[in-house]
Design a binder for this molecule. Structure first.
Ligand SMILES: C[S@@+](CC[C@H](N)C(=O)[O-])C[C@H]1O[C@@H](n2cnc3c(N)ncnc32)[C@H](O)[C@@H]1O
Length: 250
């Protein structure tokens, strides 16, 4: 375990990326009836239910930010879970599969250790239409091509685990988990370097690309064009940007 992107990306993560209670309700619903859960790619512990028996996370930076009293955590990777076969009722993986070196191997590990798999990921075709990506930073989509997201998770889990259900996860307008599309109704947030630092898709963009896109966003906010163009977004309190919960097994 020599490279750790979250050694830098993860600094301050626990402040910027917190459990959003509305999203937690949907995750908890998918975990209903599961008395033991392993949280894989657990990070600082967001969305971990009280039934979590183990958190698996490779980054020391992330592990160090887990709250006192959080579930026991081990430094390990999805691709080699330190659990015996059928050890737990459910394996949870939230916004992490796209980071795995070998997503197919990691997903197979979720199936090996748990009877149910609950994976939060996204549909790139929909995220591509999110205004920040579509109008200002289309390079995000180019950069994310080839990452393991909805298709990979659905296809792999349905092959390994049988039935797969896909649950849309709308993003509340005041979402407290600062992932890429969390600020869809608060466009000024994307001008804040601290907000961007907590989002891998933004942090990984070349400075020149980021600067060009954000300058256009700042101009559109300044002269009112953004608010004029996206007036409809001001009237709603949640938006389906393409986040999806894949629930497999039984
Ligand atoms: C965006 S964070 C999500 C963390 C947490 N699940 C959450 O929702 O806040 C992605 C996490 O995946 C972890 N990760 C990266 N590669 C991994 C791997 N091969 N196996 C397990 N976790 C991995 C990172 O260290 C990071 O903590």
């Amino acid at each position: 375990m020599t490279t750790d992107p979250y050694g830098t990306l993860g600094v301050g993560y626990a402040t910027r990326r917190r459990t959003d209670p509305r999203i937690a309700v949907l995750i908890d619903r998918a975990l209903a009836g599961c008395a033991s859960v392993v949280n894989v790619g657990a990070g600082t512990g967001s969305y971990e239910p009280p039934t979590t028996v183990l958190a698996v996370e490779p980054s020391e930076t992330m592990l160090a930010q887990r709250a006192p009293g959080a579930a026991p955590a081990v430094r390990a990777k999805a691709e080699a879970l330190p659990l015996v076969d059928d050890a737990v009722d459910a394996a949870l993986a939230v916004l992490t599969v796209h980071h795995w070196t070998d997503p197919a191997a990691g997903l197979a590990e979720l199936v090996r250790v748990a009877r149910r798999q609950v994976v939060l990921t996204w549909d790139p075709a929909r995220v591509q239409r999110f205004w920040l990506v579509a109008d200002y930073l289309p390079e995000i989509s180019e950069q994310e091509q080839g990452l393991a997201c909805l298709d990979t998770v659905m296809v792999t889990l349905s092959e390994l685990s049988g039935t797969v259900e896909v649950v849309p996860i709308p993003v509340p307008s005041d979402c407290v988990d600062g992932f890429l599309a969390a600020h869809w109704q608060r466009p000024h947030a994307y001008l804040d370097p601290a907000v961007r630092a907590a989002v891998s898709g933004l942090a990984a963009l070349p400075d020149a690309v980021l600067e060009r896109g954000l300058r256009r966003l700042a101009d559109d906010l300044f002269d009112g064009r953004w608010h004029e163009h996206y007036a409809d977004l001001q009237a709603i309190d949640e938006l389906d940007v393409g986040y999806r919960l894949v629930v497999a097994g039984h």
